[in-house]
Design a protein around this ligand. Structure first.
Ligand code: HGY
Ligand code: MN
Ligand code: MN
Length: 425
């Protein structure tokens, strides 16, 4: 296939219709959605999207960690150009995080079907299990298993925040497939995603050509002190796990200032036990999410936070136990694909900039193994993981158009990845 790619037209209404229809599954009373990984809501979303894959004539497969992909045959066989993301959400999620990348991928397929176009290489669309990691850590679990950076058995054995295991929940919802995850080895991987930050909107831009994803470090801390009477226990006698947790939160924020750059830190979950008004907390269980685009700086941040927690714990006579929930190094995307995205956006008259991703994505699991890149569209007010997450339909259509044109180039002889592959460092 060659020539004018712009003759293909994304059907924006069809795409928005699918986004809104999927958004009805797990919808929250005040807006937004909750489709935590492997819950009944996730199952219902999976059933809906898998049905759309089959309606579009895709050859659908489910692997052993529940990843689902549908392949549209090309004139030639071999690895497909893979478009994908996730359809699980955080508990206070929006309509677009992950969903956009999967449903825009289906829109690409529908557009090719409408045009009765046969690409040289196959094109596939996938959604990966448990990208969010909110119920079962780590995040990007399905794509990490798919790409070999997380052993399948280890993932299946993960116990979630509600005590269920990944393996048992996959079986319960009927998505414990039989295919080995590494069966699908893509020719290239493209993910369209909302930016989930303020940059594109603040600069009045329509498209982000994503150059890479920052490193992620998730740690769970369990602090154990001594529960005691809130009224009778003198301050000097206390071993207050809650105090040390509070000092940890302050230390994490302080460390971001000391490290600077792209360093961010979040204590997103915190539980005190027995969590009663008149009892000195015996136990504090909390998580620390640290991220940085530079691996060395991320390690410095991890060390500084760990030192601060242990120092505060020692002073209060509280013990510390911790376990790593997730750890991913920063990745860079394929310069050739980033350049195509830039060129397609410019030829479509869309405003674009290169940028890094602050959020983790399935694409970061593919980046070390095949040519990979992402396309961002703006998030209103920079909001995400928030029920007010929003991206205007015209921006969604613009992002889907760039996904379509980039995928078409990679699935045709316009761009022979194999030839260029030799040049890779
Ligand atoms: O945590 C993340 O960045 C992603 O939303 N899982
Ligand atoms: Mn996402
Ligand atoms: Mn997310």
């Amino acid at each position: 296939m060659s020539g004018d790619l712009s003759k293909f037209r994304i059907d924006a209404d069809r795409l928005m219709g699918r986004i809104e229809r999927l958004g009805e599954i797990g919808s929250l009373p005040g807006g937004g959605v909750c489709r935590l990984a492997l819950t009944d809501e996730d199952k219902a979303g999976r059933d809906l999207v898998t049905g759309w894959m089959r309606d579009l004539g895709l050859d659908v497969s489910v692997d052993r960690i529940g990843n689902v992909w549908g392949i549209r045959a090309g004139l030639e066989g071999g690895p497909p150009v893979l478009l994908g993301s996730h359809i699980d959400t955080v508990a206070t999620g929006g309509l677009y995080d992950g969903t956009l990348g999967v449903l825009a991928g289906l829109e690409v397929i529908a557009t090719l079907n409408d045009a009765a176009v046969e690409t040289r290489f196959p094109v596939a669309v996938a959604f990966f299990t448990n990208e969010e990691g909110s119920r079962f850590a780590p995040d990007m679990m399905g794509s990490a298993v798919h790409q070999g950076s997380l052993p399948l058995e280890e993932a299946l054995a993960v116990v979630g925040i509600d005590g269920a295991t990944v393996g048992s929940e996959l079986q319960r919802i009927g998505y414990g497939g039989t295919i080995e995850p590494e069966t699908l080895c893509p020719r290239a991987f493209l993910e369209l995603h909302i930016e989930q930050g303020p940059v594109l909107e603040r600069e009045g831009l329509e498209i982000g050509a994503v150059t890479g994803v920052q490193g992620i470090s998730w740690t769970e801390y369990v602090l154990t002190g001594v529960s005691n009477h809130a009224g009778t226990t003198p301050m000097a006698y206390r071993h207050d796990a809650g105090l040390v947790a509070a000092e940890a939160i302050v230390a994490a924020r302080r460390v971001t200032g000391e490290i600077g750059g792209t360093q961010v830190a979040t204590v997103g979950s915190l539980k005190l036990e027995p969590n009663l008004v008149n009892v000195v907390p015996e136990k504090a269980v909390f998580t620390i999410d640290l991220r940085n685009a530079e691996e060395e700086a991320l390690q410095q941040a991890e060390a500084a936070v760990e030192t601060a927690i242990r120092k505060a714990a020692e002073a209060e006579g509280v013990t510390v136990a911790s376990r790593k929930l997730a750890r991913f190094e920063p990745v860079a995307f394929d310069e050739r694909l980033v350049s195509i995205i830039e060129a397609r956006a410019k030829s479509a008259g869309l405003s674009i900039r290169r940028m890094h991703s602050g959020a983790g994505h399935d694409a970061q699991m593919f980046a070390p193994n095949c040519p990979t890149a992402m396309i961002f569209v703006p998030s209103r007010d920079g909001l995400s993981h928030n029920i007010r997450e929003y991206t205007a339909p015209e921006l969604i259509a613009a992002g889907a158009r760039i996904l379509l044109e980039t995928a078409l180039m990679l699935a045709s002889d316009e761009f022979d990845l194999a030839k260029d592959q030799e040049k890779r460092p």
